[in-house]
Design a protein around this ligand. Sequence first.
Ligand code: FES
Length: 264
Amino acid sequence: MATTGIHSPGRAKIDADTLRTDRWWLQPLGVFLALTAFVVYSAWRVFSGKYYYSAPYISLFYSPCLSTTCVEGTEPGGPISWWMLSPSLLIAWIPLTFRFSCYYYRKAYFRSFWLSPPACAVAEPHSAYSGERKLPLILNNLHRYALYLALILNVVLTLDAVLAFKTPGGKWGYLGLGTLILTANAVALWLYTLSCHSCRNITAGRITHFSKHPLRYKAWTFVSKINEHHMLYAWISLCTVVLADFYVYLLASGRISDLVFFSA
Ligand code: FES
């Protein structure tokens, strides 16, 4: 007998899985398709190991490029000499862990992939629930540590966006479509990261009197404000990540040239 869910003892005896008559399945289906497309795209780019740099732009999946096999010109390049696989694999696990353990994405993939439950007031097909107490989902508790690493990565990606204002020859004073895309991506990533629920805890956790910590109160107020839109930033930044990487891919593979607005 089911121990949890609508068929467990003590719940009203209703045979239907849901009494909802709207198209509740549209949202989980849309999320399923979007996240699947993202996973397939990023797997292709992360494992490919090529077309990730076209001066002055570097793909975020490969930055910082830590292997000595990184293409010339990537910043900082090296120092890991024993790594023979795609250099992206040294870095990509950080944003992957961060997004996978994100409170919003957890809700999204629990609903759309595990159907647990697929939507509000719709019964889930599982008869037992182990929560996040076992492997692999217990690893979601590492979210705060993934946040620390993601913050460091954001600094690097912001630096990449700043360096995108240099000409391919290395002179300051350049504005191409790639500059705008990399800058927009850095902004979106900061909004997504700083609106993280763990950030609220970092800024105001263990405080009993806000009046004694005015700076932390200010930080918490800011984080709480943007936290209201965390889901939106999660999706916007997912799109800018793909856009930024794909633009660099198109340039690096020679399929297009950068649209240049200004060059010193
Ligand atoms: S809760 Fe989404 S990034 Fe932390």
